[in-house]
Design a protein around this ligand. Structure first.
Ligand code: ATR
Length: 268
């Protein structure tokens, strides 16, 4: 029988993960099934336990369950600890292992696929919720000179910056960015859900700077359009990150790293 995996979230019907993992499995000759599970807001934990009892081998976890998955994991990885969130569960006998591949996915997409030069760069990270928390430490490991977290609610950005405990990191409100310039602006806010862009100054992208929206869509997102309109050398959306974080999960489960390029092409 094929090994079973699933993605759990709420809502879940638009998740591309089953398509991505099916493509990885075909490409690498792995015998596995990967399904979608609509998680219950009241009993996410019960849904996970049920999947384990049915013989499930692992799960991807998406909005809004990543923090609950972190609490459920018996053994969170260091990456999961730092993010306070889990997007990859592995069921190993009666142990539940938790990892977080979101940050690695972003860094691989930017650094390996698109060759952004992180070393010495000035990074602006927009938002201080789960999405930003998940990518903060992996971004810092790439060696930027400075990383500013800016959030609509300034106190949350300051709190996250303090938690980072790194002299290169600071936090502020969106309205405190006047006169600052960045080589990379990463959007981790939920503003795009309403077709909006965080209220940042028009001139905060340095000449030759890049923008990256962690969201993606069939049309360019509002933040991709912001980047294009403000002279970004590259204005990327989060499809590459999605495929790369999936590849990292696939590697954890199967020990084989799939080739992501053709899968991004297929989804475009
Ligand atoms: P997630 O876990 O997906 O990051 P979250 O924890 O609800 O979700 O965080 C959403 C982030 O998007 C927050 O940083 C939020 O800012 P606030 O902390 O001020 O709420 C940000 N956000 C949501 N809508 C926004 C908007 N229209 N403009 C700017 N920031 C927005």
């Amino acid at each position: 029988m094929s090994d079973r995996y699933a993605v759990i979230g709420n809502p879940i019907e638009h998740s591309k993960s089953p398509e991505i993992h099916a493509a990885f499995a075909r490409q690498t000759g792995q015998d596995m099934l990967y399904e979608r599970i609509l998680g219950s807001l009241d009993d996410f934990e019960g849904d996970v336990r049920r999947f384990i009892a049915e013989g499930g081998r692992g799960m991807n976890v998406t909005v809004p369950f990543k923090e609950r998955a972190f609490r459920l994991a018996d053994e969170p990885s260091e990456r999961a600890e730092r993010a306070g969130a889990v997007n990859t569960l592995t069921f190993d006998g009666d142990r539940v292992l938790g990892d977080n591949t979101d940050g690695a996915g972003l860094v691989r997409d930017l650094g390996c696929n698109h060759r952004f030069a992180f070393a010495g760069s000035r990074i602006l990270l927009l938002g201080a919720g789960g999405a930003s928390r998940g990518v903060l430490f992996p971004l810092l490991e790439e060696g930027p000179a400075e990383l500013v977290i800016a959030n609509r609610t300034a106190s949350k950005a300051v709190e996250l910056a303090v938690r980072a405990g790194d002299a290169r990191v600071s936090g502020c409100g969106l309205d405190e960015l006047k006169g600052r310039q960045f080589d990379l602006i990463v959007n981790g806010t939920a503003a795009g859900l309403g077709g909006e862009v965080p209220a940042i100054p028009d001139d905060c992208l340095a000449a030759g700077g890049w923008t990256y929206d962690m969201m993606y869509g069939s049309e360019p997102t509002a933040f991709v359009r912001w980047g294009q309109a403000h002279g970004a050398a590259r204005a990327l959306d989060g499809l590459g990150m999605l495929v790369e974080q999936a590849a990292e999960s696939f590697y954890i489960w199967r020990g084989v790293m799939p080739d992501t390029g053709p899968v991004v092409e297929m989804l475009r």
